[in-house]
Design a protein around this ligand. Structure first.
Ligand SMILES: *Cc1c(COP(=O)(O)O)cnc(C)c1O
Length: 353
């Protein structure tokens, strides 16, 4: 790949994932058939699914109460599948962005939904810190990284109730005590693989408590019983995700990812703080290591900056349509080199402006 790929999602994957999955399209695991054309019930694919599930458990050091699933419908389906399976009477949510708002809207179909705090009043430029989670809530839902705004939760709240997290855009990017969570979900296309699957890690001990009848496909228990193969899984997306997880493991796991992600984001934020042409979008203490949002102070510099980064082979720097400005997504697979190129472009813009 010749470009410096800063897209927010679908987004950059490790080079070897492109190579190995291309090869698997021609000939999957020496079977003589394409990964696109093999039965999901074949031994070879069965091994892929098992390997992908166990790599998630291993990389996140999840205890044995957790089951890992690869489902469809994206993170957006989890907005409703979570309350369907976990909410008996009441749920609690922290509103830190558009994705959180959407999750809240879905939860309201299932029962009382308390928004404990929201940063909507300030365009989601910070993470609310002072709030109380009702102790009778069935769970508390957070979004650990807000892809659109570029904020990230650096403190995971202590709660009495089970913690549910949308980790779509920072899964496998940093070390957390993942066993503190009751359920974690992440759409693959940000930091784990191509679009088409969502990873769900759920504690078995939380299920079966709502008294609600759940349609088969939306019931986590269905998929747990069938080892995530109740119906045809998104074969290619799971395969490419498995390759990415293998790559993460080879790099030294989540700890190694965190180290390099910190280096990348420190480099870019330092330039944003230094360079008088730019201003970062969010509160300093809540800055995301994954999605760095910023804008030019003077719109007149825009044609110059845009020309220079395009010429440097950078793609995907445009901010989300609801925020504007710029967003550089620094997911695991983005090399430090690409961040250096961006920083150089910012410095060149300063010299030429
Ligand atoms: C992208 C994203 C989503 C939506 O994911 P889909 O797979 O498109 O449904 C939800 N939450 C977060 C944090 C995201 O970044």
């Amino acid at each position: 790949m010749k470009k410096h790929n800063f897209y927010a999602g679908p987004s950059i994957l490790p080079g070897e994932v492109y190579e190995k999955s291309s090869e698997a399209i021609r000939d999957f695991a020496g079977t003589g058939v394409s990964i696109l054309s093999i039965s999901h019930r074949s031994t070879e694919f069965g091994e892929v699914m098992e390997r992908a599930r166990s790599l998630v458990k291993e990389l996140l050091s999840l205890d044995d109460d957790f089951e890992v699933l690869f489902l469809q419908g994206g993170a957006s389906m989890q907005f409703l599948q979570v309350p369907y399976n976990l909410m008996h009477h009441k749920s609690a949510y922290l509103e830190t962005g558009t994705w959180a708002s959407r999750a809240i809207n879905e939860a309201r179909y299932f029962g009382e939904t308390v928004v404990v705090a929201s940063s909507k009043d300030k365009q989601f430029r910070y993470i609310p810190k002072d709030y109380t989670v009702p102790s009778d809530a069935d769970y508390f839902h957070i979004t650990t990284n807000n892809t659109i705004y570029g904020t990230q939760m650096h403190e995971i709240p202590e709660t009495e109730v089970p913690l549910v997290a949308d980790m779509s855009s920072d899964i496998f990017s940093r070390v957390l005590d993942f066993n503190r969570f009751g359920l974690i979900y992440a759409g693959a296309q940000k930091n784990m693989g191509p679009a088409g699957t969502v990873m769900v890690a759920v504690r078995k001990s939380l299920l079966g408590k709502t008294g609600r009848r759940i349609p088969t496909m939306l019931d986590y228990e269905t998929h747990i019983k069938k080892a995530s193969m109740y119906n045809t899984p998104p074969v290619f997306a799971v395969y490419a995700s498995m390759l990415t997880l293998e790559w993460v493991k080879k790099q030294g796991g989540v700890e190694a990812m965190e180290k390099i992600n910190k280096e990348k984001s420190d480099l870019l934020y330092a330039e944003l703080d230094r360079n008088p042409l730019f201003e970062p979008f969010v509160a300093k203490e809540d800055r995301s290591m994954m999605n760095v949002t910023f804008d030019l102070k003077d719109e007149r510099v825009k044609p110059l900056f845009d020309r220079l980064w395009n010429e440097a082979g950078i793609v995907g720097l445009k901010g989300h349509r609801s925020v504007g400005g710029y967003r550089a997504s620094l997911y695991n697979a983005l090399p430090l080199e690409s961040v250096k190129v961006l920083v150089e472009v910012m410095q060149e813009t300063e010299r030429k402006a």
